[in-house]
Write a protein that binds this ligand. Structure first.
Ligand SMILES: Nc1ncnc2c1ncn2[C@@H]1O[C@H](COP(=O)(O)OP(=O)(O)OP(=O)(O)O)[C@@H](O)[C@H]1O
Ligand SMILES: [Mg+2]
Length: 223
């Protein structure tokens, strides 16, 4: 039976340049509680989700299917191979996790597997209808200008740390709906445009768009 849309299922984007605090936020806050967890972890050697969640690491889709069938609580998929092979694996990964109702699904570094104008059909399906399966979907990216352009529009929440390129700042200012900020400088009034606000964020500082579309500013909890 499908869990439908009554769950607190959600789609969360976590965006920001390398080292700005994305994975720390995910581990420290988003994955505090889950019934099942499946992680797409291209940087597993440094991210080490397996030790974080005590999960089983798999590198083949057949093994992922096996672990899902066994009911393993936490599974970490570490993709290997050429870019093309990894993209094929990602499509299959998305098809498999679709079956795991109520799971938390984390995809690290979406820009390796989607592009602004292209994403595997199974990812499109997950990021548009995953909520109806009771899935909590979390996707990260260092370069939001390079990821599937529909994804941010489908998110129930967006957490954005500093981005280092104007193209990325533009995409995020738009997705967050940031307004120009007015303050007083030493001699005259200053206007800070949304793109500059995003490019000037110190490490671990963020803008967060809530499900009710309000946007708050904050700093990661200390580790
Ligand atoms: N609030 C904090 N205070 C101090 N250090 C922090 C804080 N949050 C994260 N860090 C440290 O900063 C480093 C980078 O953080 P994190 O791994 O979360 O970055 P990231 O955005 O996921 O980067 P990448 O895109 O490269 O994966 C880590 O070593 C982490 O321990
Ligand atoms: Mg990270």
């Amino acid at each position: 039976m499908s869990l439908g849309t009554k769950n607190k299922a959600s789609i969360i984007a976590v965006i920001g340049a390398s080292g700005t605090g994305k994975s720390s936020y995910i581990k420290g806050e988003l994955l505090k509680k889950y019934t099942r967890l499946i992680v797409w972890s291209p940087l597993e050697q440094t991210d080490n989700y397996a030790s974080f969640c005590g999960g089983v690491v798999v590198t083949k889709i057949t093994d992922l299917v096996g672990q899902i069938k066994k009911g393993t609580k936490a599974i970490v998929y570490f993709p290997t191979g050429s870019d093309k092979e990894v993209k094929t694996q990602f499509d299959r990964f998305c098809r498999c996790v679709w079956e795991v109702e109520g799971a938390h699904v984390l995809v690290e570094e979406l820009s390796r597997v989607t592009m602004a104008s292209w994403a595997p059909p199974a990812w499109k399906n997950l990021s548009t209808a995953g909520r109806h399966r009771g899935l909590t979907l979390i996707g990260t990216s260092q370069r939001p200008a390079n990821i599937d352009k529909d994804f941010l529009g489908n998110c129930t929440e967006i957490r954005c740390y500093r981005v280092n390129y104007d193209t990325d700042a533009k995409v995020m200012a738009d997705a967050l709906g940031l307004q120009t900020e007015y303050g007083t400088g030493k001699t005259k009034a200053v206007a800070i445009k949304p793109q500059k606000q995003l490019r000037d964020l110190p490490d671990f500082h963020f803008f967060h768009k809530n499900p009710d579309l309000s946007v708050r500013r904050g700093v990661n909890k200390s580790l």
